[in-house]
Design a protein around this ligand. Structure first.
Ligand code: ATP
Ligand code: MG
Ligand code: MG
Length: 549
């Protein structure tokens, strides 16, 4: 990457390359724990790690950090693979599972024991916690801290063999109970957990802790730059400590960057799982979810997410990104690509009383006025059409240039119509609106008459019924931090509105994943629930752009 725009991670890599720290090798990894679906925060990490691999002609591993058997599952492994691929990244044959290293991890733990750097502690988890001290008070040594190497080796093996119950013993690093960094106060390296693992089954009943497992995983894979989020900064001394006895000359380097936070979005697997389990959303891929599968179903494209990750960059300080930037990115991506078609979300019928009964004609409309290459299409027009309820006001407010009695508007690509009469139902609601059209005013006929408003419309006899799902933010608050305490109470009760709309005939053949701009309304995608008999569309985002460039 060129030197003017390098971020701080690239600066570190450039320096390593100059000094030959890793002989100019760049090898990164994306290490998800398969305990949930990936979210947009993970997308940032994916773009960063695979991006570094690509730009330095290096390598990037996809590694499942599956060292905690309780919450992990193959369902998550499969979804993670699909999501990384969908984002446009490829790990080739470099797919690894931390659980494949359990033997190596166990052997290396014995090396630490032999070096007098680890010991088996019989204290209860509670006692270990209570003797750690705090930022002002040093911790106290465990009474088991000075066991002999032989005894430690024997007990550790017995732990592995299943001689003890959960919580009865742990393996701890022997570092310094008075360290100013609490992470370094004899952290636990292994615990006993009689639980089946989704890959190793019942082979193991001791499992390594993250702080021990992660540096060993990186070292086994000969990772050079191990990028993680900022909360691991205080763990870095432990990361390096764990690898002090590692036989290789080259040791991976942990680099921390700020995690992505976005306004109005929950971004923690734990919270997202709650939403799924409490059935507050339809699943991990609910279009309101910030998961990659949710964003995909919502209609976000891989290009838009990669563009977003590029624009936010990498920083060393936590910050909150406005969700409007994400929305800006999908509008930018779809602007030139998505065909613009007419759909009425909340329809009201309009009868053009001077138009011949039983007759329709075709009018020609451009598929995307900003992209001429997309051509034109023929759209039927006739005596009865639908317009948007919001495009009509019986008693107009100031500057209302849409349909109102006694005024003219143009129907997009068709004619100018004059609104003459409102026909009501018994309950006072509007049954239909009566208009007359000016046959001389056909679009493209050279008619010079100008009217202020142009409305989208759908011809009634050929209209396609569509279920249209309008989404709003899942969180009322625009700040996940303030919503943190009782985030379930911050849920927006109106995050989904279902409408029964009408679309022009071009929608008839739509398939899941097709993108559109509904003229004057916003960007939409055909949902995975959609069938030929029951079309379902999701609103991705409205047209109005609140993102100041
Ligand atoms: P969560 O806290 O949401 O459960 P996690 O960090 O526990 O996420 P992992 O599966 O361990 O989830 O994450 C895999 C990688 O993605 C890690 O390197 C992690 O640092 C990174 N990552 C997770 N969340 C974010 C985020 N919001 N922004 C940037 N990177 C993230
Ligand atoms: Mg994690
Ligand atoms: Mg987590």
């Amino acid at each position: 990457p060129n030197t003017e725009t390098v971020n701080f991670i690239e600066a570190i890599i450039n320096k390593d390359n100059e000094e030959g720290t890793y002989g100019k090798r760049v090898h990164t990894r994306f290490p998800p724990e398969p305990n949930g679906y990936l979210h947009i925060g993970h997308a940032k990490s994916i773009c960063l790690n695979f991006g570094l691999g690509e730009s330095y002609k290096g390598l990037t591993n996809l590694r499942f950090d599956d060292t905690n058997p309780v919450k992990e599952d193959v369902e998550y492994v499969n979804s993670i693979e699909a999501d990384v691929k969908w984002l446009g990244f490829d790990w080739d044959d470099r797919q690894y599972f931390a659980s494949d290293y359990f033997d190596q991890m166990y052997e290396y733990a014995k090396v630490l024991i032999k070096k007098g750097r680890a010991y088996v502690d019989d204290q209860t988890p509670e006692e270990i916690k209570n003797t750690r001290g705090d930022f002002a008070t040093p911790g106290t040594n465990s009474p088991y801290r000075d066991r002999s190497v032989e005894e430690n080796l024997r007990l550790f093996e017995e732990m592995k063999e299943g001689k003890y119950k959960d919580g009865e013993k742990v393996l701890r690093a022997k570092i310094d109970m008075a360290s100013p960094n609490i992470v370094m106060r004899d952290p636990v390296l292994y615990r006993i957990l009689h639980a089946d693992h989704h890959r190793t089954g019942s082979k193991w009943c001791i499992y390594p802790m993250y702080d021990y497992a992660h540096p060993v995983e990186d070292a086994i894979e000969r990772i050079t730059h191990s990028v993680c989020t900022l909360e691991f900064e205080v763990h870095r001394p432990l990361y390096n400590w764990v690898l002090e006895e590692w036989p290789d000359e080259e040791k991976p380097k942990q680099i921390e960057f700020a995690r992505l936070n976005i306004t109005n979005m929950v971004m923690s697997k734990r919270k997202l799982r709650q939403l799924v389990e409490k059935k507050l959303v339809s699943g991990w891929d609910d279009p309101r979810m910030p998961t990659i599968s949710g964003l995909r179903r919502r209609g976000y494209t891989p290009e838009s997410i990669r563009d977003f990750c590029q624009r936010i960059g990498v920083a060393k300080a936590d910050s909150m990104v406005d969700i409007a930037l994400l929305e800006f990115c999908i509008r930018e991506d779809l602007k030139m690509k998505a065909p613009r078609q007419m759909a009425v979300i909340k329809p009201v019928k309009v009868v053009i009383t001077n138009y011949p009964e039983g007759q329709t004609e075709m009018v020609t409309i451009e598929n995307n006025p900003e992209n001429e290459a997309m051509g034109t299409r023929e759209v039927p027009f006739g005596r009865e059409i639908y317009i948007e309820q919001d495009d009509f006001m019986e008693v107009p407010v100031k500057k209302f240039f849409r349909m109102t009695p006694g005024k003219e508007v143009r129907l997009k690509g068709a004619y100018i119509v004059m609104c003459n009469e409102v026909v009501k139902n018994e309950d006072g609601s509007i049954k239909e609106i009566h208009c007359t059209y000016d046959p001389e005013s056909r679009s493209g006929s050279g008619c010079q008459r100008k009217v202020k408003g142009t409305l989208h419309w759908v011809e009634a006899t050929t209209a396609v019924d569509m279920e249209i799902r309008l989404y709003d933010y899942l969180l009322k608050s625009d700040d996940e931090e303030t919503a943190d305490k009782d985030f379930l109470e911050q849920l927006n009760p109106d995050s989904l509105t279902i409408c029964h709309g009408k679309g022009e005939p071009a929608f008839k053949t739509t398939k899941a994943g097709d993108h559109f701009q509904f003229l004057r309304q916003g960007y939409f995608v055909t949902d995975t629930d959609s069938t030929a008999d029951h079309i379902v569309m999701n609103r991705i985002v409205g047209l109005r752009d609140s993102w100041a460039k």
